[in-house]
Design a protein around this ligand. Sequence first.
Ligand code: SF4
Length: 512
Amino acid sequence: MSERHPMLYPELLAPFDTKAIVRDGRRLDHAEGAAKPLRSRPEPQPRGAKVHGNRPIDQAEAAARFIAAPEHEKMHDERLWDLRQKRDREMHGITEWEELRSLASAIKEHTLTHLDQYLEQFEANARSNGINVHWARDAAEHNQIVHGILSDHGAKSLIKSKSMLTEECGFRHYMASVGIEVIETDLGERIQQLDNEDPSHVVVPAVHKLRTDVAEVFARTIGTDPANSDVHYLAEAQREATRPLILAADAGMTGCNFAVAETGSFVVCTNEGNADLSANVPQLHIASIGIEKIIPRLEHLAVFVRLLSRSALGSPVTQYTSHFRGPREGGEMHIVLVDNGRSERLGMEEFWTSLKCIRCGACMNTCPVYRRSGGLSYGATYSGPIGLIIDPTFNQRKYSNLPFASTLNGSCSNVCPVKINIHEQIYAWRRVLVERHETPLAKRVEMKAAGELLSRPAAYRAAIAAADVALAHLPRWVIYNGLNAWGRHREVPHPPKETFHSWYQANRGEQQ
Ligand code: SF4
């Protein structure tokens, strides 16, 4: 960066800081002295799935590109597995963990089955707190309502904290089309915004990026030194570039983690305090709230707050758990309650409990497919196991391949703090999509043939024996060709000398 932005509050500099690094008689700003050079040729960042209108997303193709970038794949896998292990350590520290999960699940199921009552109660209490409440049927209506509020105030810039709902609504793109500048205040989300990418994880949006990727993005967009990928330097540079925009913004926007019906208040959990900046710096605060975020009473909040951060990041609590109950003095507060397909999902017998999700990301952190393929390979707002359930509710054709991107090992269901039977719902989607002919013809034919074979033991054994002989003797090109999707990315396993069935017949058959 040629010219560093002056420190916003120089009076906060401690003049007698004995640990300050001084170079050429000048005290270095935070992290300047810790600068580390980039390697000469960093591995390029793999990009996400190619999206072509309504055409089915080819998650396997995008995942293959991610796997082909070994530094990214290794870092992603290890970083997320680290979160999973931290989550386990926190879980073991709480003896009533399973009771908390059951309670959280029961509260959510109760609320979802009485959603109309609790939404009305929330609206009435929010209004009596001085909040303006709006209802949006879908993403388009949400965007228009927010645009209307901003236009009424002549607002031209908006600071915003991370919100998956606004991602779902394509909010940033819409605001750009109407000439309103949106500035993300969450660091990871801001990185993604500057790189013109969607978030790849519900909690850590830029988790798929190496620090060299971030250095490249910041050098391109805010003029940092491209040879410096020190994380403190990058974070400080971003802070200095964004703070003036935050202080000058006309309006602020937040999402919501929990909306409490009995008080008409809502809660936003962050680790950077950025929601508090978005809500409190400008006079106008708008909150976008999905209708499934309602909980009945304030006492229920404790159950979810204890589960959320432990499940998400393996930390006991988020740094900030901010309660918003009404507009600040002289200010104005608006809430937009958004449906966008949730009512329809509530009516889906096999999938309605996915609305219990509190967006902790634990199912993503534990999923072997997600960890190795990166969130952007799903080509959808929601990725990982919960995404495989939610995305097809928006568009069955486009997301028809996603429920197949799972090993169905059930680890996602085991870690879910609200006890969603995630792997069973993924399996149910496969059946629904095949029945509705939303899967490719070749896959349907293969599945039908496999079904026939598996239902006839004699034919199955004959096929296995034939396959063993073929694998042992056929030339490699016959096995590894375009028709063998399995062999495209890995070696076909060597056939065992003896199958379990033949071993059992030989050794235990007589005892039957
Ligand atoms: S489905 Fe469960 S584990 Fe996954 S993000 Fe939602 S609450 Fe967390």
